[in-house]
Design a binder for this molecule. Structure first.
Ligand SMILES: Nc1ncnc2c1ncn2[C@@H]1O[C@H](COP(=O)(O)OP(=O)(O)OP(=O)(O)O)[C@@H](O)[C@H]1O
Length: 247
């Protein structure tokens, strides 16, 4: 479904992302971990289109998308969340999701189509809010949401684009410990239907372990290991890379 082949991003002589090969199957949840500065965010930016690789490719369903901007990748079914919040704080939660659904579907100029289309948009927005457990906050201004709720809203915005592959960039960042389990449950449900695949960069090992089918470990830009969680955890090379950081 999604794959990287020899994916490389160099700044001068330094390989920030170094010949990374990854493959993500339909319905699969792949976690990307690595010590600080390992190149996780850079890899994520190459896959989502925020940066162009200096060598290698990003493939979606076998097609090379390496040079496409993020919005074109999104149209092909590759959607990402951002670490920085991309929410309109002065609009309600429902309005935010409605706009995302509308942006994804495009508008019809025919008035007689408009009313029915509007109902469909609202229904799709409400379904996305329900998916992430935010129905009870639909009328709240998005700017008033707690961190954990904001992360859920960002996932709802992403769902509005009906992606086949979801890229999640540290969705637990800034979320208080008591809100983590609920957010983990929402994220776990994302691969539960329709063969949607998830690639998630996350700093918290315990979160990744509870979610991922396979874990890719990055170190100094390269892929150190990519396997099922138990095998990765038992890998001495991985343990060595994390020396001084808690696994
Ligand atoms: N635009 C840039 N210019 C120069 N160096 C960069 C740039 N972007 C990233 N780097 C460097 O590349 C390395 C990898 O950074 P990256 O943010 O991808 O790592 P990371 O694994 O996401 O780290 P963290 O877990 O701390 O977010 C770091 O040493 C960083 O300083």
């Amino acid at each position: 479904m999604l794959a990287t082949r020899d994916l490389t991003w160099r700044i001068g002589e330094v390989a920030i992302v170094d010949r990374v090969d990854l493959a993500l199957a339909p319905g699969e949840f792949l976690g990307v971990i690595g010590p600080n500065g390992a190149g996780k965010t850079s890899l994520f930016n190459l896959v989502s289109g925020l940066r162009r690789p200096t060598a290698g490719q990003v493939l979606l369903d076998g097609t090379d998308i390496s040079t496409l901007p993020p919005y074109k990748r999104a149209r092909l079914g590759l959607g990402r969340t951002f670490q920085a919040s991309s929410v309109f704080g002065s609009l309600s939660v429902r309005e935010n999701v409605r706009l995302a659904v509308q942006a994804h579907r495009g508008g019809s100029m025919k008035l007689w189509r408009r009313a029915a289309a509007d109902r469909e948009v609202v229904a799709a927005a409400d379904a996305a809010l329900d998916r992430v457990g935010l129905t009870h906050r639909a009328e709240a201004l998005a700017g008033t949401l707690a961190h954990g709720e904001k992360r859920k809203l960002e996932i709802a915005l992403l769902l509005a684009g009906e992606p086949r592959v979801m890229l999640l960039d540290e969705p637990m960042a800034g979320v208080s410990a008591e809100d983590v389990p609920e957010l983990v449950a929402v994220i776990r449900s994302l691969t539960g239907d329709s063969g949607r695949a998830v690639l998630m960069v996350e700093h918290h090992m315990d979160v990744i372990l509870g979610l991922a089918d396979r874990i890719a470990v990055m170190h100094h830009g390269a892929l150190l290991a990519c396997d099922v969680p138990a095998t990765v955890m038992a890998n001495p090379v991985v343990q060595e890379a994390y020396l001084g950081e808690s696994l």
